[in-house]
Design a protein around this ligand. Structure first.
Ligand code: SF4
Length: 301
């Protein structure tokens, strides 16, 4: 998801392979593909393997604590995203073609290596991006493989392609980090270039699943863009509606303060960065927004 936000103070990175990147909860420069074998396949075989989910387009991976879900997590970032968030921290994840071909088996081997760490810390695997649901078959295989190893699984998504997630895939998902980028449809379009409705529909579908995944909502607070009271209120009402459908489904709302740390990446990929002059939110603004969520009885971080 890679929005441009600050890491929570308790967050740590245990391992930093190589290459620049970030994540939904913050800029995490320093991870890459190190240790993941890039598959050597010809074009014809590549398309078939990708369609079957045996092969995917991967940007990078990293091991983090207190980010992207509980405990210590292996977060794998997939390439490709249909959204164009103004605050996207990693414009180099947006195109599928910019990722590297990696097999699902290779990722599962990596998960197995850290299974002990996950058990000891209550952590697990998080699939992020980009947008994971651009590669649903690949994601489904990895999630299934992780569950077979007894590893906790999280899916970080905007929900825009929620219809790509099958019920079987969701049965292999313990936690969905649903990035709700705005509550007002016009603001959502301004932030992402896309419609809000598919995200709302996906969250409601998750809530309607009797034994469905736990849900966290993540909201990036950008002064002058997403901070309007009515916009925040709409996200808060939506969040509360999930618990009305399935009490206890939504266990956390994360308000992620915008931060200026990805600016140079936009330059590097030759794209105009519209938020170049936007300041991070003041502590007072962050508190006002968190309070708006709390007023709906929600647990806010
Ligand atoms: S949804 Fe896509 S465009 Fe938006 S922050 Fe995530 S990766 Fe970037």
């Amino acid at each position: 998801m890679f929005p441009l936000t600050a890491l929570p103070p308790e967050a740590t990175r245990l391992e930093a392979p190589s290459g620049p990147a970030a994540s939904a909860a913050g800029p995490r420069a320093g991870h890459g593909l190190d240790g993941l074998r890039v598959a050597q396949v010809d074009r014809g075989e590549r398309l078939t393997a990708m369609r079957e989910g045996r092969l995917g387009s991967v940007h990078s991976w990293e091991l983090v604590t207190a980010v992207d879900g509980p405990g210590t997590r292996l977060t794998v970032f997939l390439n490709g995203c249909p959204l164009r968030c103004l605050y996207c921290h990693n414009p180099d994840t947006l195109a599928m073609k910019d990722g590297k071909p990696v097999t699902a088996d290779e990722v599962i081997t990596r998960i197995r290596r850290y299974a002990g760490v996950f058990r000891a810390t209550g952590g697990g695997l998080t699939l992020s991006g980009g947008e994971v649901l651009m590669q649903p078959q690949f994601a489904a295989r990895i999630l299934h493989g992780a569950k077979a190893l007894g590893v906790h699984t999280a899916l970080d998504t905007s929900g825009y392609l929620g219809t790509n997630a099958t019920d079987e895939m969701l049965a292999d998902t313990d936690l969905v980090l649903l990035d709700v980028k705005s509550g007002d449809p016009e603001t959502y379009r301004k932030v992402t270039g896309r419609d809000l409705e598919p995200t709302l529909a996906f969250g409601w579908r998750l809530a309607e699943l009797t034994d469905g995944p736990e849900i966290w909502i993540r909201f990036v607070l950008v002064p002058g863009l997403t901070d309007d009271e009515a916009n925040v209120e709409a996200v808060a009402q939506y969040a509360a509606s999930l618990n009305e459908i399935r009490p206890g489904a939504l266990t956390r709302v994360e308000v992620l303060p915008f931060h200026q740390m990805g600016r140079d990446k936009w330059k590097a990929v030759g794209r105009e960065y519209e938020l170049a002059d936007t300041e991070p939110p003041t502590p007072e603004l962050v508190e006002r927004v968190r309070e708006q969520f709390r007023a709906h009885g929600l647990t806010v971080h």
